[in-house]
Design a binder for this molecule. Structure first.
Ligand code: SAM
Ligand code: SF4
Length: 475
């Protein structure tokens, strides 16, 4: 298929599809790896500068083990120096799995008659949120299939319902959404409901592969999906989450696809993606994809490190699709958000009987089924600072990752203290004794570290107020 945007006769030039496979492959071909180049590119990123497509191509072409190590070490340093040790926690909440699309990798696709279809009633959705609040969650992403029932009004209704559920000291303070692309009016409706990030994964930036794996329904339209965030921006939804489903096509091409998309958003709207997600294909009921492009663990670590270096200001999300071991390994290379206590079966959080995974009820198989507290234990044990912070979004500081990254001292003045305050809330309200002990040791160590440059009086005062029963204190 020849890329010819002229033919589309689109009036607003920003909405013209911008992915040209020949251009992307040309950039990969023209930028072989070379020790001196890799060194310079890693140094540029550590100097907090975005990488170009050509520079990213050099990194994806790198196979020499010493140079790959240099890339990974660069990503580790960037994460440590720029973002510190915080990891933000969230949970996905599946609202409805009706779907009119026929994506060959997804258990919810319309041709899968084995799937048990369900849309949560309002009461069931409330039950799910109560169960999540009872474990300490503060940030959710609502997930929907693509179906005429899931209108913008319905998505907005679900978001508002979730914000309204308060159990004891529990509340959800940020609701993100992963759903089909909307038109501009649709995005306006969900924006008004107070959503955080709107996530839509392109799945693959390779149009031919895209056509092969999307066999029916509205999702067949590659360009409509590709331009979703242009419409989102037009509607004022400026926190957007990009993603690729790794395993559908060559991972090197897909990494460049995401960077091309990032360049487009930056050039047209002066704002890059809030987050990048990089799910790898997992087993699913009736999974029907060619395994030729499945990504090895080794390449997976490499590609995450490359994302960290290429777009240093964007949050990177690693989900429970991956095993606990892989998650621990990869976190060091620049991941900023993970899910915890994840259940992807419809109604799975409130259904205490259903402990085992059942592929007919789920979109795909997850490989990390640890509880939120088990994940927090591991994070604390490895000196990470678990965070449920939602402050920037609620203070109107949108583009927070950008500020963290570019405003000197921002993390130490805002992010770390807010992470500490939300962790203290968790320790007081939900943690068992051993987690509480470990958690306060980590809090202490972080305060000591911050006190070298900042007065900790206000933070210590707020911690005391939380211990005395106040909640939701943030900077
Ligand atoms: N229906 C929405 C859509 O298609 O955009 C969202 C559903 S889903 C939670 C979000 C993502 O899960 C999809 O965009 C896809 O990347 C991913 N996914 C689907 N099937 C998968 C599988 N078998 N393994 C891993 N991830 C999968
Ligand atoms: Fe439906 Fe989304 Fe699954 Fe595709 S990935 S079948 S659109 S739920």
């Amino acid at each position: 298929m020849k890329f010819n945007p002229e033919k589309l006769k689109i009036k607003d030039q920003r909405m013209v599809p911008f992915i040209d496979p020949e251009e992307i492959w040309g950039i990969i071909r023209d930028n072989p790896s070379d020790a001196k180049l890799v060194k310079g590119i890693v140094a540029k990123s550590l100097d907090k500068q975005r990488l170009t497509l050509a520079e990213t191509a050099v990194l994806v072409n790198t196979t020499d083990p010493d140079l790959v190590e240099m890339i990974k070490e660069g990503a580790r340093q960037l994460k440590e120096k720029v973002y510190g040790n915080r990891i933000v926690l969230f949970a996905p909440l599946y609202v409805g799995n009706n779907c009119t699309n026929n994506c060959q990798y997804c258990g919810f696709r319309t041709s899968n008659k084995d799937t048990i279809r369900k849309t949560l009633t309002d009461e069931e959705l409330i039950e799910e949120v109560i169960s999540l609040e009872e474990t300490g969650q503060k940030r959710l992403i609502l997930v929907f299939g693509e179906h005429p029932d899931y209108t913008p009004e319905y998505i907005a209704h679900s978001v508002k319902l979730v914000y309204g559920v308060k159990k004891d000291n529990g509340e959800i303070r940020r609701v993100n959404v992963n759903a089909a692309p909307l038109d501009i009016d649709g995005f306006r409706i969900v924006k008004d409901a107070g959503i955080g990030t709107y996530q839509v994964f392109q799945e693959t930036y390779h149009p031919e592969t895209y056509s092969k794996v999307h066999l029916g329904g509205a999702k067949r339209n590659f360009d409509w999906r590709l331009t979703a965030f242009d419409r989102a921006q037009e509607a004022g939804v400026d926190d957007v989450g990009l993603g690729v489903l790794f395993g559908l096509y060559d991972w090197r091409y897909e990494v460049l696809g995401i960077i091309r998309h990032t360049n487009h958003l930056e050039a047209c709207y002066n704002i890059g993606p809030h987050t990048i997600s990089f799910p790898r294909i997992q087993n699913a009921s009736m999974l029907n994809v060619d395994k030729a492009h499945f990504v090895s663990d080794e390449d997976f670590v490499k590609l995450v490190a490359i994302f960290r270096l290429a777009v240093p200001y964007t949050g990177l999300i690693l989900t429970a699709r991956e095993s606990a071991e892989i998650r621990s390994e990869i976190m060091r290379f620049g991941v900023s958000q993970i899910d915890g206590g994840t259940k992807i079966e419809l109604g799975g959080y409130s259904d205490k009987k259903s402990e085992n995974q059942n592929l007919n009820k789920e979109q795909f198989q997850i490989n990390d089924s640890r509880s939120l507290n088990e994940i927090i234990d591991e994070l604390l044990g490895n000196n990470y600072l678990p965070s449920f912070c939602t402050a920037c979004y609620r203070k109107g500081r949108t583009g927070e990752h950008f500020m963290e990254f570019s405003v000197p001292g921002f993390i130490k003045r805002f992010c770390s203290p807010n992470a500490i305050l939300t962790l203290v809330e968790y320790l007081e309200d939900y943690a068992p004794e051993h987690t509480k002990k470990l958690g306060y040791e980590v809090v202490e160590a972080n305060i000591n570290d911050l006190s070298q440059n900042y007065d900790m009086g206000e933070l210590k005062g707020r911690i005391a107020r939380i211990k005395a029963g106040q909640r939701d204190l943030y900077f």
